[in-house]
Design a protein around this ligand. Structure first.
Ligand code: 13P
Length: 269
C-alpha cells in the first residue's frame, strides 16, 4: 500500500515585491507558528514559488518546514545561456522543488514537452523534485480528447526516465481553461482524470512495480478556500498547486488545514 504524502504549493507567478514578500511571511509564520499539524507533520508538505528574484528574500523570511520552489528552470548547465537559471543555482540555495512545464511557460516562453523531458532528467539527476504541469486546452476538453492529450504529454515528458526516478516526480494536473478563470472541471471529472494519469504510468512500468500508485498527483486551476476540501478529498489527488489564493497567507493556511494530512495528524504518535 502506497504511502503518498500531501503537497500544497503556492505559485506566485509574477507577483509580490520585496516588501510584500517580507509582509507575507511575517503573517504566514505567525499563523502557523504554534500549529503542530503543519510544523511537525511529515505527511503535509507546503511551499511557495516566487519569481526568480523573489527566491532569496523568500528563503530568508520563510521559517521551519516552509519550502521555497523555483517557478521554472532551464535544462542547460553553466555557459552561454543568457536569461536562464540552472539546476546548480537551485542546488546552491538548497531548493528542493521546481515547477516545470507550467502552461504559462509554454504559452509565453515557447516551452515544450520535449524540453520538459530534458529538464526533468537534469533535475532528477541533481536531487531536485520536479513539479510537472500537464493539462488540456478548453478545445481539447470540449472535444473529449483530454485523456488522449494527457497520455501523449506523459509519454513525451517521461521518455527514457528510469522507474525509480519517475516515482519521485510530482505531477500537477492543471487544465489550461481552469487557470485563473474561477472554473474547474467537476470533482468527478478530476478524480477520473487523476486516475487516468496514474494508470498511464503503467506504460513505463515493465517491472510492474506499482509506480502508478506511488506517483503524486496534484490538482491546479482555480483551487481556493471554498473548493480545497472537496478537491483534496478525491482519492487520486495528493494536494494542490495554488495560484491566486496562495498570495494571501490566511487563505493559504486555510487551504493547508483542509487537507486530509492536516485533519488526520496525530502529533502524539
Ligand atoms: P490559479 O489558482 O490562480 O487558477 O492558478 C493556478 C496555477 O496556474 C498554479 O500553477
Amino acid at each position: 500500500m502506497s504511502q503518498r504524502k500531501t503537497y500544497i504549493f503556492g505559485n506566485w507567478k509574477l507577483h509580490k515585491k520585496f516588501n510584500e514578500i517580507s509582509l507575507f511571511f511575517k503573517h504566514f509564520n505567525y499563523l502557523i507558528k504554534k500549529d503542530k499539524r503543519i510544523n511537525k507533520n511529515p505527511n503535509l508538505i507546503h511551499g511557495f514559488a516566487p519569481s526568480h528574484l523573489g527566491i532569496l528574500p523568500a528563503i530568508n523570511f520563510a521559517k521551519g518546514k516552509t519550502n521555497i520552489l523555483a517557478q521554472d528552470v532551464g535544462c542547460n548547465n553553466i555557459g552561454a545561456f543568457t536569461g536562464q537559471v540552472a539546476f546548480w543555482q537551485l542546488n546552491e540555495f538548497k531548493i528542493n522543488y521546481a515547477i516545470v512545464g507550467h502552461s504559462e511557460t509554454r504559452k509565453y516562453l515557447g516551452n515544450s514537452d520535449e524540453n520538459v523531458n530534458k529538464t526533468v532528467k537534469v533535475l532528477l539527476n541533481n536531487n531536485i523534485i520536479p513539479v510537472i504541469c500537464i493539462g488540456e486546452s478548453l478545445e481539447t476538453y470540449k472535444s473529449k480528447q483530454t485523456n488522449a492529450f494527457l497520455a501523449q504529454q506523459i509519454k513525451t515528458i517521461f521518455k527514457d526516465i528510469s522507474l525509480d526516478l519517475i516515482q519521485k516526480c510530482i505531477i500537477a494536473y492543471e487544465p489550461l481553461w481552469a487557470i485563473g478563470s474561477g472554473k474547474t472541471p467537476t470533482l468527478d471529472e478530476i478524480q477520473q482524470i487523476a486516475r487516468f494519469i496514474r494508470q498511464s504510468f503503467k506504460f513505463f512500468d515493465d517491472k510492474q512495480s506499482n509506480i502508478d500508485e506511488n506517483v503524486h498527483i496534484l490538482y491546479g486551476g482555480s483551487a481556493n478556500v471554498k473548493n480545497a476540501s472537496d478537491l483534496m478529498s478525491l482519492n487520486d489527488i495528493d494536494g494542490l498547486l495554488v495560484g491566486g489564493a496562495s498570495l494571501d497567507p490566511t487563505a493559504f493556511v486555510s487551504i493547508l488545514k483542509q487537507s486530509k494530512a492536516y485533519k488526520n495528524f496525530n502529533g502524539n504518535k
